[in-house]
Ligand binder design. Structure first.
Ligand code: THG
Length: 368
């Protein structure tokens, strides 16, 4: 494309912004009203580092919403359909958030820092305003604010070695989504086993926004002997792995049942949560749409700028949110939301690309 997105002071920058510019960032997206790197101009190299080596990503735009105070747990549980009754300090959990209609409005990771303190590490929508409004209207005794915490992801099969060289042996013993606070050359961080890929790795939440470049450089130095390089939440790998990208893969009115998040909804818990009545009904009625993997026939497709329609014969049966050419499968892989009435072995599916229809077949997700 021949145009650029404006870079200026109005849109917030990550504490790692200067470091990413120095590292050669080539493109940004806007996520939670912040710039977030999406390319360093070498898509094949970035993919290869993530699959076979180690990669470091500025994901500070995965902003934190802190719930703190006597009613913090009450608010956390009221915000999500997931049952949090066995949630312990030091643990993280994937906690979809729904509105009163039962539609998914975010899919954060929740970190329990103390009995009265939680962080929601959010996807791209305004959870801070939502949580503040809910807390106020419910008269909960809780403060809802944004803490100084900015994730830097280290992902790939060699991430564990890099983190061991930085912190010692303990991070390797963390369970998935669990975390611990630490210091690195005096830089306060929170180390979590998480990250938006299926290649393994960690996230270092920087706890002092003034030290972004210092942390970036320290990680780059430790990772050098493992071939670390800059990367971003990887467009191709996340489709291959079937990780949900809120906003890209769902519709504004998708229920958790329609986008693969039904397993996180606990309708049997006694506690009230936002959307419970609507989700009960949605569950009884059965989902209208399902999320499927598609293999799209033909030569390699470029990433889609718009959503594409999916047809069964002449009937419009849904939308494809994302397509990527998988170097490992040598196929076009896509995620789509289509009518539940379409059978998984449907033989007459097509995807309406800007350059014409392409045949598609439904496949299990993850693709690899
Ligand atoms: N890290 C941090 N914050 C984030 C993300 C992250 N905020 C935005 C976004 N990513 C939140 N969304 C997701 C979606 C999926 C996963 C993590 C965050 C994920 N899912 C696994 C899966 O679907 O297989 C495991 C889910 C589970 O076992 O509970 O990892 O990446 N800090």
């Amino acid at each position: 494309m021949a145009f650029q997105i404006g870079i200026g002071p109005r849109v917030r920058k990550s504490p790692f912004y200067d470091a990413t510019v120095k590292a050669g960032v080539a493109g940004f997206t806007i996520y939670n009203h912040m710039y977030m790197p999406v390319s360093y101009g070498d898509l094949a190299g970035e993919y290869d580092r993530l699959i076979n080596g180690v990669s470091m990503w500025d994901v500070a735009a995965e902003r934190q919403v802190e719930l703190k105070g006597p009613d913090a747990f009450k608010l956390a549980q009221y915000l999500t359909p997931r049952n949090l009754s066995r949630f312990v300090v030091g643990q993280g959990k994937y906690v979809p958030i729904c509105n009163h209609q039962g539609h998914v409005i975010n899919d954060p990771i929740c970190l329990k820092l103390a009995e009265d303190q939680y962080w929601l590490s959010i996807a791209d929508s305004d959870v801070l305003l939502w949580a503040q409004a809910i807390a106020g209207e419910k008269k909960f005794d809780v403060e809802v604010r944004e803490p100084d915490a900015s994730p830097l992801a280290i992902q790939g099969p060699k991430a564990e070695q890099v983190v061991a060289d930085l912190f010692g042996a303990w991070p390797a013993k963390l369970k998935y989504f669990w975390f611990r606070k630490a210091k690195l050359d005096g830089i306060p961080v929170l180390v979590a086993r998480s990250g938006w890929s299926k290649q393994g790795g960690f996230e270092l939440y920087l706890l002092d926004a003034n030290k972004g470049t210092q942390l970036w450089d320290r990680v780059a130095k430790a990772g050098k002997k493992y071939g670390i390089g800059p990367g971003c939440p990887n467009y191709i790998e996340r489709v291959e792995s079937g990780l949900l990208s809120y906003g890209a893969d769902n519709a504004v009115d998708s229920t958790p049942y329609e986008i693969g998040l039904g397993k996180y909804v606990d309708l049997d818990q006694r506690t009230a949560f936002i959307g419970k009545a609507a989700l009960k009904k949605a569950n009884e009625d059965g989902p209208q749409r399902k999320t499927v993997g598609l293999i799209v026939a033909g030569r390699a497709l470029k990433s889609n700028e718009h959503r594409w329609r999916v047809f069964k014969g002449k009937r419009d049966v849904g939308m494809m949110g994302v397509v990527a050419y998988s170097p490992r499968l040598k196929k076009n892989v896509a995620l789509a939301q289509i009518a539940t009435s379409v059978k998984d072995d449907a033989s007459d599916l097509t995807v309406q690309t800007p350059s014409g229809a392409r045949k598609a077949i439904i496949t299990a997700v993850p693709f690899i």
